[in-house]
Design a protein. Sequence first.
Length: 350
Amino acid sequence: MTTDPIGAASSRASDRLRQGAVIPAHPLALDATGAIDERAQRALTRYYLDAGVDGLAVGVHTTQFELHDDLSMLAEVWAMAAAERDRAGTDPLLVAGLVGDTDQAVAEAEVAREAGYQVALLCPWGMTDRSEHALLERARAVGEVLPTIGFYLQTSVGGRQLSRDYWRALFDLESVVAVKAAPFDRYRTGDVVQVLLEHDRWDEVVLLTGNDDAIVADLVTPTRQGERQVCARGGLLGQWAVGARAAVAVADEARQAVQAGQVPLDLLATGSDLVEVNAAVFDVAHDFAGCVPGVNEVLRQQGLLSSARCLSESERLSPGQAELIERVRQRYGGLLDEEFVAEHRDRWLT
């Protein structure tokens, strides 16, 4: 094992993630004018911390990729989450979402590291060259600043199909501590898992689900080869930006089921319920067009956000999506933390 600072940081991050990780993708709170609503932004972080999450991912898709157009604003948002974590006296892992070509991603990684972030999630958004070679070179360069999490992003929101050769080369990088499999495709998820299972670092690189349409299935389904077994140890999910306390409970139940070698039918039924919730929140009916504003709309209806507005004018709720969200809130209130949020919302906003 390497003894350099990045090697030591990678080892610490990997150890944390292997214990199990519920990591919500942190939204961006804007007011009606489109300015950052600091009160609401901090309230969201307090919500996640009180929910008992294992980490916070800030600067990712749910935080809105357009935020990266202004590094000072991005740094401000990173700093707010870190400050709330420190104020609470808890120690969830801080994950910084990075975008753009190598120079931009490395510059962002340096800012995130200064803000106290321990891991970088490599998002493909904003790259002029999205070839596998360019993705690998960027991962290598960022890995000299922070430990990294590979990312298989679904094509409908800006991802691309990646070969098994790409994943082999990525896992060769010792700075890679985890991979977020989020192609929303069982075949492509299988590509990641099969390569990881065959790799020498199969038990070092942590598999995280990002498949919001298959959360429970990913958490309880092992893939085996001989004596090796790979299963998602947790997730980094936009879905967990809502219902975070329920997510902690579901993930804990899934871990217990894997350890026992027996999955309760009730847990599988919860998985089906989460798919219904996700269909409304992520706007599946319109090919995920209202994905980010859908997350914001849940939080707006619950009173945590003053607006579902996004930085991009093109990011809007689809027709009928707000009403659909109202219905799933009524039907699946437990999975969306309705009582928990109502009880603590005013304190978080204070």
